[in-house]
Design a protein around this ligand. Structure first.
Ligand code: NAD
Length: 287
């Protein structure tokens, strides 16, 4: 690394908290080194209290860009000069690009998720998806899936503050795309079983399965998971959540969140550098 840093090295940041577990610094720095790009990626422990000052400081220093993760994805929108169409629709940003002082907020989670499915040979275009969750990641996934041509999306969420977010997402999808979207209470297990029956994929985009919820699973009856159903969990630590263990035991094809992590990063990499991330190399190195 010391050989790579020069007087012209451009900095890319990551603003989130907690952040020390993130694989993004390794992923991007290895990709910069592989392509010989004079950039460095550093993670900064930054919550909403420090966000405004950090953005101003980064702007003053003409930092090329940064990723944003929990809890800043929604809060950062108001500091952007421009939003990409997807970020505008989703109301969240995970990638900022600074073009000579003009900050544009993008969201690459949804594109990253759809690319991870394609990369794994899973085709859901023109088909039906059942999605658990209505938070930032779930919203990005559902809107991108609808924009990409998924025919129907049934969203399930518990009746917490995210349920109304899900209702807004459903309205947006129905008004602005050709996809038919609906939202149901996650506690309605009969409806969940019914909706899964004619779906090609069940996606869990909630933190259930990840610490401290690692012993929980949103599906209580394994028999609703058919052998030809794809079961996807966007959590990647642990590698295999309770849901994926259950799905594997039922003979389903399973996919965890590592691919989404990789492809959302690859999209951001391209926005900052204009270059394609060497994804096969990174996959081998990190996953
Ligand atoms: P968020 O806080 O915006 O949304 C959380 C969602 O989960 C909401 O819909 C909420 O109702 C639901 N939820 C929370 N606790 C629940 C419980 N006990 N039972 C059922 N539902 C519950 O969070 P987010 O940013 O959308 O992230 C969700 C998860 O996705 C996190 O674990 C995050 O690490 C992961 N994630 C992964 C990637 C990736 O690249 N693989 C990207 C983004 C987020």
């Amino acid at each position: 690394m010391s050989e790579r840093i020069s007087g012209k090295t451009k900095l890319i940041g990551l603003l989130a908290t907690p952040i020390s577990h993130s694989k993004s610094p390794k992923m991007h720095n290895e990709a910069f080194a592989k392509l010989g790009l004079d950039y460095a990626y550093l993670a900064f422990e930054c919550g909403q209290d420090q966000l405004e000052d950090t953005i101003k400081g980064f702007k003053a220093l003409n930092i090329r860009g940064y990723n944003v993760s929990m809890p800043n994805k929604i809060a950062i929108c108001k500091y952007m000069d421009k939003l990409s169409p997807a970020a505008e629709m989703i109301g969240a940003v995970n990638t900022v690009v600074n073009d000579n002082g003009v900050l544009t907020g993008h969201i690459t989670d949804g594109v990253g998720y759809m690319k991870s499915l394609k990369d794994a040979g899973i085709d859901i275009i023109g088909k039906k998806m059942t999605l658990i969750g209505a938070g930032g990641a779930a919203t990005a996934i559902s809107i991108q899936a609808a924009l990409d041509g998924v025919k129907e999306i049934s969203i399930f969420n518990r009746k917490d503050r995210f349920f109304s977010v899900g209702e807004r997402t459903v309205k947006d999808i129905n008004e602005k795309t050709n996809c038919k979207a609906q939202i149901f209470d996650l506690e309605d297990t009969e409806k969940l079983a019914l909706e899964i029956q004619d779906s090609v994929i069940l996606t869990d985009a909630s933190p259930v399965g990840m610490k401290p919820l690692e012993n929980l699973c949103n599906i209580s009856d394994p028999s609703i998971l058919r052998e030809d159903l794809v079961v996807s969990d966007i959590v990647y630590i642990p590698n295999k959540t309770k849901l994926l263990e259950m799905a594997e035991a039922r003979g389903c094809k399973t996919i965890n969140g590592l691919g989404m992590m990789l492809w959302q990063g690859a999209e951001a990499f391209k926005l900052w550098t204009g270059e394609e991330m060497p994804v096969d190399y990174i996959k081998e190195l990190i996953f």
